[in-house]
Write a protein of this length. Structure first.
Length: 119
């Protein structure tokens, strides 16, 4: 029962993230771009747990919830940076490259620090 409840909770969180980011960015595509990496991360997390025989319990549920929240934060930051670059009038390829080299680098460093702090 707990597994079903946690999966339902993650689906609800995903729906809320989709709605809020779509409203904030005024774009359903932006909301989906935030949501897709989160879905993939949760699936990878649960897949790893299944392969290693880990059970879903309070600790692993908290880690999954934190991953969704932190991942949403990083995705929003990246999309905001990408939109800034596109607003400057450059082409999409250059905007993505610039966003990856600026926001992507910052996201990588912060994610590494957070991961190290929880390890």
């Amino acid at each position: 029962m707990m597994v079903h409840g946690k999966i339902l909770n993650i689906i609800q969180i995903g729906a809320v993230i989709l709605v809020i980011t779509s409203l904030v960015f005024r774009s359903l595509v932006a909301g989906i771009l935030v949501l897709v990496p989160l879905i993939l991360a949760v699936l990878a997390n649960f897949g790893f747990m299944g392969l290693t025989g880990m059970r879903l319990n309070i600790a692993t549920a908290v880690i999954s919830a934190m991953a969704v929240g932190i991942g949403a934060d990083y995705a929003i930051y990246f999309i905001y940076r990408l939109r800034e670059e596109l607003a400057r009038g450059g082409d999409e390829v250059t905007a993505v490259r610039t966003a990856y080299t600026t926001a992507g680098k910052a996201i990588l460093f912060v994610a590494s620090a957070i991961s190290g702090g929880y390890a």
